[in-house]
Design a protein around this ligand. Structure first.
Ligand code: ZN
Length: 430
């Protein structure tokens, strides 16, 4: 089940560009793929990559065709899909060509605004989520202050837009899934779907991402079924290599639809049975069918099933998710930990955590160590040092075993933090 290096390379767009569909279409691998369609009258770009890749993308685009860009379509407004437009626009201005039509859903405008008001937070967030890919906490990469706003804005839900360029027709659909501003493109003559992040290759839908806002499991299942009806030959996914052949296209869409229906319906059923989140979560882990775990299009490369359980619950539920009034207005967790440590010696907690670790229970060991860490100002430095070090070891171990890129990075960031605390404490103790 573990994610391979090849999976991750594909996900990050480290693969050669490729022309397909009788020479009309082209995929440019980038972190956030760019789809290109060539017609007699010019080019359509489906997504435009992250800001920092604008000239690489442009170079690759110009290896494929020298025609002017007539349309840019945003699959959604994430930083890896809608910000790498600088070189394309520069060329248009230099050559005195007409500006392209830019197609986006109305919700993308709200998203761009959100990125502007939360810029610092997003810089931090991306440095966490993509830490192992070398994304650092510096400004510029994800800045949303320069946007290329849509000129054709789709409004409302379940909307669509059709247009013609050269001798071909194109259909653009709005559906919710990873985001509320998702658009996908269908090119009927060549049976090509360009999906944005509604499909990633490989991997489970990126839903319930622990750092992000609400996503839409049921809608996601339904849009997969809507795509299935097209009986397409190709899917150009938001990340990863082109999916080719009706059989593969069908497999990619069906398993994702099935997985999204499964997680949604099983969580909803349990909510109606009066269960609270913790019980639902652990029951869901027990009933997860094997077929989803290893399937190329639902294995947890980036997003994962465990996150999807959260996504469904959160879609329908508030933050009070235990049903236990103790949790309604809780005390500071530091204060709670200090009370625990009045009952028992920190050394005993540490020894117990070591025991759990040795017995293959890293998650339980972490909970015990956190009692010591949260009360750190009361703890002897020697004990604290060992505690930080053990937590670091456990998080590293979990990161190695973890298939989801997002979860893996969370563990790695935690391990790095522990390493820093160990260093700091050692300096103090000298
Ligand atoms: Zn993406």
């Amino acid at each position: 089940m573990n994610t391979t290096k090849e999976d991750m390379n594909n996900f990050m767009g480290n693969f050669p560009s490729k022309t397909f569909a009788d020479g009309t279409c082209h995929i440019i691998g980038s972190f956030g793929n760019v789809g290109v369609i060539e017609t007699d009258e010019g080019l359509i770009l489906f997504d435009i990559a992250p800001r920092q890749f604008h000239n690489i993308i442009f170079k690759k685009l110009r290896e494929f065709s020298d025609k002017p860009v007539k349309y840019i379509i945003y699959s959604h407004g994430h930083f890896d899909h809608a910000f790498g437009f600088a070189s394309v626009i520069e060329e248009i201005k230099e050559k005195g060509w007409e500006m392209p039509q830019v197609i986006g859903h109305e919700n993308i405008l709200e998203r761009f605004e959100k990125y502007q008001i939360l810029e610092k937070y997003h810089i931090w967030l991306n440095s966490q989520q993509f830490a192992s890919a070398g994304v650092k906490q510096r400004e510029g990469i994800v800045s949303a202050h320069e946007t290329l706003d849509p000129t054709i804005v789709l409004t409302g839900n379940d909307t669509s837009y059709s247009f013609q360029l050269g001798k071909y027709n194109f259909e653009v659909y709005h559906d919710k899934g990873e985001t509320d501003d998702s658009l996908w493109l269908y090119f009927p003559e060549k049976r090509v779907i360009m999906s944005g992040d509604l499909v990633m290759n490989p991997g489970f839908p990126n839903i319930g991402n622990p750092n992000k806002v609400q996503r839409y499991p049921k809608h996601w299942a339904l849009v997969m079924e809507k795509m299935l009806e097209k009986d397409a030959e190709y899917i150009l996914p938001g990340h990863g290599q082109l999916i080719e052949g009706k059989k593969n296209v069908k497999a990619a869409l069906s398993i994702r639809a099935e997985a999204m229906h499964f997680v949604h319906d099983e969580v909803v059923k349990r909510m109606n049975e009066g269960k609270w989140f913790e019980q639902i979560y652990h029951e869901m882990l027990e009933i997860y069918p094997d077929k989803f775990k290893t399937h190329e299009f639902s294995k947890p490369t980036y997003g994962c099933y465990r996150f999807a359980i959260h996504a469904t619950y959160r879609l329908y539920h508030g933050w009070y998710n235990t049903g236990n009034p103790t949790d309604l207005f809780p005390s500071k967790s530091e204060d709670i930990a200090k009370e625990f440590l009045k009952i028992n010696d920190p050394k005993k907690y540490l020894d117990h955590a070591k025991n759990l670790h040795e017995n293959g229970k890293p998650q339980l060991a972490l909970h015990i160590l956190d009692i010591i860490i949260k009360a750190s100002d009361l703890i002897e430095k020697e004990i604290l040092l060992e505690t930080y070090a053990l937590k670091g070891t456990l998080l590293k171990q979990l990161s190695k075993e973890e298939p989801s890129f997002i979860a893996k990075n969370s563990y790695l960031n935690g391990a790095k933090k522990m390493k820093g605390l160990v260093k700091e404490l050692k300096r103090e103790m000298r």
